[in-house]
Design a protein around this ligand. Structure first.
Ligand SMILES: NC(=O)c1ccc[n+]([C@@H]2O[C@H](COP(=O)([O-])OP(=O)(O)OC[C@H]3O[C@@H](n4cnc5c(N)ncnc54)[C@H](OP(=O)(O)O)[C@@H]3O)[C@@H](O)[C@H]2O)c1
Length: 292
């Protein structure tokens, strides 16, 4: 049985990975207290003691606002932490699989679905650090698999953490009746985390490189929200509850929506994501069928 070291195992993605794949792999899931990724010496010791075959690196400061407020902390965790782990993984011959983000495209001016080989000029602390971490991972551990994830969602599940996310925002809107506002000048993929978790082990054998990793979406975020609202089949009126925000992103439309052609080809079709709208539809069907 392969040994997988999962960092960030108490987080949104990590906790779901451990729950889904716990029986199929020997999973090491040290807490932040047990393995602080910013402490190079303890990372080295941990690898010498445990010798994982794969490192699924999910630990991060994932809150973009927090990174903007504390860039030094963001750098320590989101760049230096990646360096420590990628280096230790290479030394012990482990495959390094690391979550980057679609935010690395947030300075791009192109329209349409974005590809991995496009030049990038990210315009936030989190995105700049993720991009630098991609380079650091590839330098330290040339066999790294780097996954640019989209914004992910899930319903609350007992015992698992959930952040503010697209479907959660709607659940709150339905319970407290407060309308939601969505940007018109933004394009992004939004992915059910269940789809991500299901295909993650298949990334462990991909050729080294950077891959877009999540649903594509050609609608703007406001249109996406209106479509999801209709899927919910409530008695409320969409135009009263879903408010367009045409002011946000005044300089240029923000497009971070990704093509996933590269990962589909590299995996011979084994790794595939539904579009954002199809994913939302499937998620709702699963909810109705009692998925928890
Ligand atoms: N969630 C999304 O929608 C999304 C979208 C795009 C990319 N991503 C990326 O995907 C990855 C997983 O995201 P997530 O949503 O699961 O993150 P999350 O819920 O915020 O979890 C982050 C995890 O990292 C741990 N951690 C933070 N600092 C650490 C340190 N110094 N040493 C060890 N562990 C540390 C946290 O432990 P404590 O809580 O105990 O500190 C927590 O388990 C991240 O790289 C994130 O940037 C996420």
């Amino acid at each position: 049985m392969q040994t997988i070291l999962v960092t960030g195992a108490s987080g949104f993605v990590g906790s779901r990975f451990v729950r889904r794949w716990g029986g199929a792999y020997n999973i090491l899931a040290p807490s932040h207290g047990e393995l602080d990724i910013t402490d190079a010496a303890s990372v080295e010791r941990y690898f010498a003691d445990n010798r994982p075959h794969v490192v699924l690196h999910l630990a991060a400061i994932s809150n973009t606002w927090q990174c903007e407020q504390n860039p030094a902390d963001s750098y320590r965790v989101n760049v230096s932490g990646v360096k420590n782990l990628a280096r230790a993984a290479a030394l012990c011959g482990a495959r390094f699989v690391f979550f980057s983000s679609d935010q690395v495209y947030n300075g791009n001016l192109e329209y349409g679905l974005l590809r991995e080989d496009m030049p990038l000029s990210p315009c936030s602390v989190y995105a700049r650090h993720k991009l630098e971490a991609e380079q650091v991972a590839a330098d330290e551990s040339p066999q790294s698999v780097i996954l640019r994830a989209t914004w992910m969602y899930d319903a609350p599940i007992e015992g698992l953490p959930v952040h503010a996310n697209f479907v959660e925002n709607f659940r709150r809107m339905l319970s407290d009746g407060t309308p939601l506002t969505f940007p018109v000048r933004e394009y992004r993929g939004i992915t059910w985390v269940g789809e991500v978790i299901e295909v993650l082990p298949r990334t462990f054998t991909l050729p080294a490189g950077v891959y877009n990793f999540g649903a594509s979406n050609t609608l703007n975020t406001y249109e996406t929200a209106c479509c999801y609202f209709e899927m919910l089949e409530t008695s409320l009126k969409c135009d009263a509850m879903i408010i367009p925000d045409a002011e946000r992103f005044p300089d240029h439309e923000r497009n971070i929506s990704m093509s996933n052609d590269k990962i589909v080809q590299a995996s011979n079709g084994d790794i595939f994501f539904n579009t954002t709208l199809d994913g939302l539809r499937i998620f709702l069907e699963k909810q109705k069928a009692g998925y928890r």
